[in-house]
Design a protein around this ligand. Sequence first.
Ligand code: SAM
Length: 228
Amino acid sequence: MRIDVVSIFPSYFDGLTLSLLGKARESGILDLRIHDLRDWTSDRHRTVDDTPYGGGAGMVMKPEPWALALDDLAAASERPTIVFPSPAGEVFHQTTAREFSGREHLIIGCGRYEGIDERVFEYAASLGEVRLVSLGDYVLNGGEVAAMAMIEAVGRLIPGVVGNPDSLVEESHEDGLLEYPSYTKPSTWRDRVVPDVLLSGNHGAIAAWRREQQLARTASRRPDLLND
Ligand code: SAM
């Protein structure tokens, strides 16, 4: 899978050389390329923003560097999925991560300031499938942290990235519920004990207990998930 990221702060993504995604990049499972939007500017100051039409606080990202970047990057595949992190987009869920993990080519455009000139989204739709995607109902300074979260959630679903694929199936949100609690050794720690059932060796009883815990946890912490 190929992911191209465009940002005015490419070094935000340095951390993605580490751990499982770093290994996936080294082995070629994940072809992650980070680009500086300013490489598609042509003025001396490498300008990417300007004042908003209609007035208002803050600056808006100019359309032309984005169009040039998207022209170059979208040419690498048939019809890429072009993702723009945005607090005004659809909310990113595990189902979105699964969906994106099946794509051959993602391009992620990270906004800054007050965001990107709206016409860029229309233009991008002529090059690929456009998705405006929000990490949640709050405002970040830029799209980089949202892009990193999405890349990690998507990347770990690419076959071969996580060593034991079974560990992906049992996780929170995979079946619409939160995951059951996990414990490791020692069985007694600071007067707190591991539930007996987990030490019983009875796989049926353990599975039933875990399911009960998933339901109870979801009902208490995220009742909205049960109503969906
Ligand atoms: N003026 C915009 C609005 O109110 O919708 C917010 C702009 S925000 C300061 C700058 C950039 O951060 C956005 O273009 C987007 O790329 C990113 N961003 C901010 N919050 C986000 C969120 N919750 N999810 C995804 N991206 C976000």
